[in-house]
Design a protein around this ligand. Structure first.
Ligand code: GRF
Length: 192
């Protein structure tokens, strides 16, 4: 059976992107495209390693109506996974991929989410608040930061972690395990 094409938007080291790509070989989807807004993003090395097309977009193009939408549609991309992508998703993409864009956030939303809460800032805030547990949230993307419908949350005990970095790495383990699985499951249930 033909696999469903997805695009990954990522601008960081790309460890989640790698996990999603690795899982794709035994899943119902294939990664058709990597989209980044940073020319030197670590994720781009995976595009080379796995021979997956990648584009680096600038803000103007991203927020210009329809340019990218047509590009994605022409390629047959059906779902989008945001894996460390910080720009707000414009309305034309939300409409063109209505309920087809998934994001992962490294906290138990609604805690430690929203604009400006990303990367180590999230884990620093969790650490400062002396939380005993943290975790990750996979959710649909809508027009408010980190507020779309939650698809999955997983918790992890962080009571013995003594730095934001250690919390980050525990949460990242969860992300790598669950994001690819949820993408697969979501595609299974939402392809029409
Ligand atoms: C992850 O913590 C993810 O939850 C967040 O951005 C980070 C990306 O990490 N949205 P990586 O680039 O996948 O390693």
């Amino acid at each position: 059976m033909e696999k469903t094409k997805i695009a990954i938007f990522a601008s960081g080291t790309g460890s989640n992107a790698k996990a999603i790509i690795d899982h794709s070989f035994k899943a119902n989807y294939e990664v058709d495209l990597i989209v980044s807004n940073k020319e030197n993003a670590g994720v781009l090395k995976y595009s080379e390693e796995y021979d997956i097309d990648a584009i680096v977009i600038d803000k103007e193009t991203f927020y210009e109506d329809d340019v990218l939408l047509d590009f994605f549609k022409d390629r047959g991309v059906k779902f989008i996974a945001l894996a460390g992508f910080l720009w707000f998703i414009p309305e034309y993409l939300l409409e063109g991929f209505s309920n087809k864009i998934l994001n992962i956030h490294p906290s138990l939303l609604p805690k430690y989410g929203g604009k400006g809460m990303y990367g180590i800032k999230v884990h620093q805030a969790v650490f400062n608040a002396k939380e005993k547990e943290s975790g990750m949230t996979i959710h649909l993307v809508n027009n408010e930061y980190d507020q779309g419908e939650i698809l999955l949350q997983k918790k992890v005990d962080i009571s013995s972690e003594n730095s934001p970095e250690k919390i980050a790495s525990k949460v990242l383990e969860l992300e790598h395990k669950y994001f690819p699985e949820i993408i697969e499951e979501f595609i299974e249930n939402n392809s029409y």
